[in-house]
Every structure is written in structure tokens, then in C-alpha cells.
Ligand binder design. Sequence first.
Ligand SMILES: [Zn+2]
Length: 200
Amino acid sequence: MVFQVELQRAEQLGIPYVVVHPGAFVGSSEKEGIDKIAKALNEIHAEAPELTSCALLETTAGQGTCLGHRFEHLADILDQLDEPDRVGICLDTCHVFAAGYSLAPKKDFNATMRDFNKLVGIDKLKAIHLNDSKKPQGSRVDRHDHIGQGHIGEEAFKILLQDRRFKKIPMYLETPKGDPKEELFDPMNLATLRRLEKEK
Ligand SMILES: [Zn+2]
């Protein structure tokens, strides 16, 4: 299995987590797709008890038949694992927003996180991908945008960055990198995030 090889490679390199999209359920039902993912993870874990690198299931935008856009999907996968401690979650802001979850204002952000905590558990959250979204909330289309320039907007990132629950969780930019001429995108997005983190 390809993902098993990836985990082994990560182990050799001392990388603690490997992010994986839960996958599509083409040709079967959502439930069958979820069960299949859980079964695959159980097999990987059973075959490689020595592996300490963990899979992080990433929240998806729900494009096409892609699973993982509802927190219920992730909860259902985790529930079926023989060794749930060997799997965590990576939350992608663009994906959850495109999947339909609200990230601002604060009241709505907190409602989304309450939902996440109730179904999945904040303690399972091991990484966050920071991306704005070129497509509207609930569009179920996965198109990353620069921080503050998409449909999510600055407010949501400010709330997230200033929330103490997420202070110790590593965050990653997956915003568009562009061609070589546009190589200043990362510093621009980082500067925006640093400003929002401090903003009153
Ligand atoms: Zn991502």
C-alpha cells in the first residue's frame, strides 16, 4: 500500500506526521468509503506496529465524491480504529469553509469548533493548513487563495490565530506560490498572519 510506504519513509526521516486526504468513495456509498479507509488504516497499523509516524486525516472540501468534508466522517473513521492514538487530524481552513462550516464572526467560529470538538476532539488536531478560499462557503470546491483575499477574509484568521486553544498547533501556508516572478507571495501571506495575530 502506497501510504504505508510513505509512513515508513517518514519514520526513517524522523517526521512525526504524514497528512493524507481521506479519499474518494467512487462506486460505493459514503459509509462503505468510510469503512474502507478505517480498515486500511487498521491494516497498516497491524502490519507495522513499530511505526511511530502518524497519519493525519485532512478535512476536505468535499469535491465530487471526496470524503472527509463532514466532521462526522472523520469521527466515524476514528471510531473504527483499533489504535486511534496513531491517527490525528489536520484542519484546512479553505477546505472546512468550502465544505460549509463558518469561520467568522467569532460566534460562528466557536460553533464550528464546538462541533469539531464534540465529534472529533480538539486533542486530535495536530496541524492546521492556513488558506483563504477563492470559492464561497459551502461551494465544495477546493481553490486556495491568499490570506485575507478570498471569501474567508481576514477576520477568521485573526480569530483562529488569537485563540489560545490553537497556540501550540503547527500551522502551514498552502496559499498559491505562483510563478517565479510572484515569489513574494509567502512573505506577503506571513506578514498578513503576523499582523492579524497581534491586531486588537
Ligand atoms: Zn491542506
